[in-house]
Design a protein around this ligand. Structure first.
Ligand code: PXG
Length: 289
């Protein structure tokens, strides 16, 4: 496997970062995960824009342009001869001394891994996922801005641990006020009386690229949608529920905290979103070659 590391394609065994890298020492950095389907990178521009926004928000000055980073991404996929898969971009603050001060780091470091990812076994896409509410909350915006896709994923990881220990594959995360935010690596949607609902980003969700795609598809499918503050109650009484994310794609949720959602089976409108998403993902995007 060839890895993009600081402007060079190197062999996997040579792709190493320093133990003094602040990405490792402090989680000081940002990342993106992007899928490519059928020889095209899906929503590349949106992902790269978010990467730059995340960097900006943590006062990390990118030494490359967005166009360059898009080209590096495509080059890395091409160098690995892949047509379908997942590409991970990681930007760290770079190497510095011990001590938090990011201004003492010389230069940000970036690596790009083109590979594949599978979050959930295929059967869950057909049969749906049972999720549980976890005690770990999304951090308040004043603590860690939820829109920043940073290298600080510990709270999401602790949430994931809770889900796994409870025998579930994914955790519903609430914000500090107890309103629904999102899951550990996915945004959440529900359908109630034919209307699609999702929490506003301000309730503690990442501004998901797939989330945005779903809202566009809702317009195309003629399904009304609203961003609305939600509680667990809204999910308990919903007709359908699903999660979205680059890695997860679109996956039905059939239970929350062991209470069935709707009739306890993946919903019909959810199936339409899954179908429309697959069609769009397989037919649009930035060509790899
Ligand atoms: N919320 C969080 C906290 C995320 O990390 C999403 C929502 C969905 O956003 P996108 O833009 O992907 O639709 C994410 C993205 C992983 C993995 O390894 C997780 C994500 C992306 C890629 C890989 O679990 N999460």
């Amino acid at each position: 496997m060839k890895i993009w590391l600081d402007e060079k394609l190197v062999d996997e065994q040579d792709a190493k970062v320093s133990v003094f890298d602040h990405g490792l020492l402090y989680g000081d950095g940002v990342f993106e995960g992007i899928r490519f389907y059928n020889g095209r990178v899906f929503r590349l521009e949106e992902h790269i824009r978010r990467l730059f926004d995340s960097a900006r928000a943590i006062v990390l000055t990118m030494p490359w342009t967005q166009e360059q980073v898009m080209q590096f991404t495509v080059d890395t996929i091409k160098a690995n001869g892949l047509k379908d898969g997942y590409v991970r971009l990681v930007v760290t603050r770079g190497t510095g001394g011990l001590g938090l001060n990011p201004y003492l780091c010389e230069r940000p470091s970036m690596f790009i891994i083109a590979s594949t990812i599978s979050l959930y076994p295929q059967e869950y896409y057909t049969n749906g996922l049972a999720i549980v509410t976890c005690a770990t909350r999304r951090p308040a915006p004043a603590a860690l801005m939820p829109q920043v896709k940073s290298l600080n994923y510990l709270n999401n990881i602790m949430a994931k641990v809770e889900a796994i220990q409870a025998g579930a594959m994914e955790a519903l995360m609430l914000n500090e006020q107890g309103y629904v935010a999102e899951c550990t690596g996915d945004n959440i949607f529900l359908l109630k009386n034919g209307t699609l609902l999702t929490p506003p980003v301000a309730d503690g969700a990442l501004d998901g690229v797939t989330r945005q795609v779903i809202l566009e598809l809702a317009d195309q499918l003629g399904i009304p949608w609203k961003e609305q503050t939600l509680t667990r109650y809204d999910i308990f009484i919903s007709d359908e529920c699903f999660l979205t994310g680059t890695a997860a794609e679109v996956i039905p949720v059939i239970a929350l905290d062991r209470r069935p959602i709707g009739d306890g089976k993946p919903g019909t409108l959810t199936a339409r979103f899954i179908e429309a998403f697959r069609t769009l993902a397989n037919s649009t995007g930035t060509p790899i070659s």
